[in-house]
Write a protein that binds this ligand. Structure first.
Ligand code: ZN
Length: 127
């Protein structure tokens, strides 16, 4: 199976990421959604087209690993990262150039910031 075939097979068989949220972190922050835009055309990908596994590798982290599908330009792209409790807020970690990097998310208007942050980072990630 080629890498693309493998991505497609996983996409078809895995549940939506939004169906596995929200999840609460021990500090009270809630991971309510994971959003992404298409890497190629920038179209916001609807939640039902973001699929994969959401897990709790450790109690204070929510990890996601899957794929997004853009129906505008028919592009499939990987979605991979994690959100960790950090003080009163959350820290987002994702893979960039083969390494884990991270940035803080503030706790006020967390959902909005998380969404924007992920959109920006995931766009970078898939280039
Ligand atoms: Zn697209």
């Amino acid at each position: 199976m080629t890498r693309l075939e493998n991505m497609k097979a996983r996409y078809k068989s895995e549940p939506t990421i939004i169906s596995q949220l929200p999840l609460k972190l021990p500090n009270g922050c809630e991971v309510s959604e994971i959003s992404s835009s298409c890497a190629d055309c920038g179209t916001e990908v609807p939640h039902q087209h973001l699929r994969g596994h959401v897990s709790r590798p450790i109690p204070d982290a929510v990890a996601f690993n899957g794929h997004g599908l853009c129906s505008t330009c028919i592009t499939i792209f990987p979605l991979h990262g994690r959100v960790r409790a950090h003080g009163d807020g959350m820290r987002m970690e994702w893979i960039k150039g083969g390494r884990w990097v991270s940035g803080m998310l503030e706790s006020d208007t967390l959902t909005g910031k998380l969404r924007l942050w992920l959109k920006r980072q995931l766009r970078t990630l898939v280039r």
